[in-house]
Design a protein around this ligand. Structure first.
Ligand SMILES: [Zn+2]
Length: 130
């Protein structure tokens, strides 16, 4: 029925929203684009887990969001190739990967981090295998 369809859509819209207040916390945690290191007004929150990969409730959990510039964000969203390359660095997640347990690479300082769901992060050993 249409009613339930709308309810589902509304819920999806809700979890996609990152408020300005929340984004300020992401900026405080990440500080710059994890891909190129730029720190200007083009920074946006990027969801690491793609829609349709399950766990829709976790989409807006802090561990599922990484700050990148809008140029890179657009590239990841538009290009399957770029998105797959991003999986190597944890900027995007593969099916079955959990944001809280999958390290993400900060290309600017060259370190790997694990995000928690309280806007915190801790450095972890480099992910091998390049
Ligand atoms: Zn960037």
């Amino acid at each position: 029925m249409p009613k339930s369809v709308f309810a589902t859509l509304a819920q999806r819209m809700m979890v996609l929203i990152v408020t300005k207040k929340e984004f300020a916390k992401y900026l405080a945690r990440d500080g710059h684009c994890y891909h190129c290191g730029i720190a200007d007004e083009t920074l946006v929150p990027q969801h690491r887990r793609n829609r349709g990969m399950g766990g829709s409730q976790s989409r807006s959990e802090p561990s599922n969001v990484v700050v990148v510039c809008s140029m890179v964000n657009g590239l990841f969203e538009a290009s399957e190739t770029a998105s797959r390359a991003a999986q190597k660095y944890g900027w995007k997640l593969r099916a079955g990967q959990e944001p809280e347990s999958t390290p993400v690479f900060d290309a600017w300082d060259g370190k790997w981090y694990l995000f928690d769901n309280k806007f915190g992060k801790r450095e972890v050993p480099p992910v091998g295998g390049n």
